[in-house]
Write a protein that binds this ligand. Structure first.
Ligand SMILES: C[S@@+](CC[C@H](N)C(=O)[O-])C[C@H]1O[C@@H](n2cnc3c(N)ncnc32)[C@H](O)[C@@H]1O
Length: 275
């Protein structure tokens, strides 16, 4: 850690983009699996002593829960390793760089990265477009404790990137007027937002994009989460959008669609085009 004495800002020697799989998730599921296993074993013992059918059903449910939690815990460890910026696979970096390659901002223009987390995509886009400003926004809620505005600012400083700004906000209702940005981008954000129609979330992001501007929005766009995306692209085209593409990224940003599926990122799709 270096100390920049001029403005008292501590600038880390290296950016730390943290991990999409929080450590607490691994600990939580492992502890949950252990607790369910203990409860299941105790319940099974009591049920066999009392020859209780209900007791046996309860113990089976508890043990099944332990297996489920344990499996998720193992998946979490594997995913965290694959996502890590310091690991061998560096999948997060590969995905971020893959999306940023689609982002071209006109000189003097402004882009918005919705749900910027630790600033990885914001900074990657800013690096590729040094004559533009990239605004990263996020609600920085409790579900990703390692992501914050100050983490983003430190990462930008560590990367020597100054054409960025970070702001708190909510993707559900963006605090920007219609048609404010030349580019809008986002990565793996909307599937996290429960109880809200995902196509509505996309329209909210597209609302703040200027006519003629570019969108590159990446998420798990399965039918179950997003509904009929083909229909959605047709709707955008009928509203006058110049280009709309749905790009399957499971064979582009990943080694194979199988890898994406194993990491529970099947359905990864880039909605790309021009308004
Ligand atoms: C998986 S992380 C991805 C972070 C970043 N886009 C990246 O690629 O590294 C999901 C992000 O979505 C953000 N998020 C979730 N719901 C949000 C909301 N309603 N408004 C803004 N950001 C939100 C979370 O805080 C988190 O930073």
């Amino acid at each position: 850690m270096e100390i920049n004495k001029e403005n008292e800002l501590s600038v880390p020697a290296k950016a730390d983009y943290a991990n999409w799989m929080p450590e607490e998730m691994i600990t939580g599921t492992a502890v949950g699996a252990g607790a369910l296993l203990t409860a299941g074993v105790i319940a099974a013992k009591k049920a066999s002593e009392n020859d209780s059918t209900i007791g046996k059903i309860c113990s089976a449910v508890l043990l099944a829960g332990a297996v489920g939690c344990g499996a998720f815990s193992i998946y979490s460890v594997i995913a965290r390793k694959a996502f890590s910026y310091d690991g061998e696979r560096k999948l997060s970096k590969q995905i971020i760089d893959g999306i940023a390659a689609y982002v071209t901002i006109p000189d003097g223009g402004t882009a918005l990265d919705v749900g910027c987390g630790s600033g990885a995509l914001t900074i990657a886009c800013a690096k590729r477009n040094p004559n533009a400003l990239v605004v990263g926004m996020d609600h920085w809620g409790p579900e990703y404790r390692d992501f914050s505005k100050s983490v983003c600012e430190k990462n930008a400083a560590a990367e020597n990137v100054t054409n960025v700004r970070f702001e708190q906000g909510n993707a559900v209702k963006l605090d920007y007027p219609d048609e404010s940005f030349d580019v809008v981008t986002s990565n793996y954000v909307y599937h996290n937002i429960a109880g809200i129609n995902k196509q509505k979330l996309l329209l909210e992001t597209l609302r703040v994009l200027k006519k003629g501007g570019t969108f590159a929005i990446h998420d798990l766009m399965s039918k179950a989460l997003y509904g009929d995306m083909q229909k959605f692209t047709e709707q955008l085209k009928s509203e006058g959008y110049k280009e709309v593409y749905l790009i399957d990224t499971t064979d582009k940003f990943f080694k194979s669609p199988r890898e994406a599926k194993l990491l529970m990122l099947g359905g990864s799709t880039l909605l790309f085009g021009k308004k």
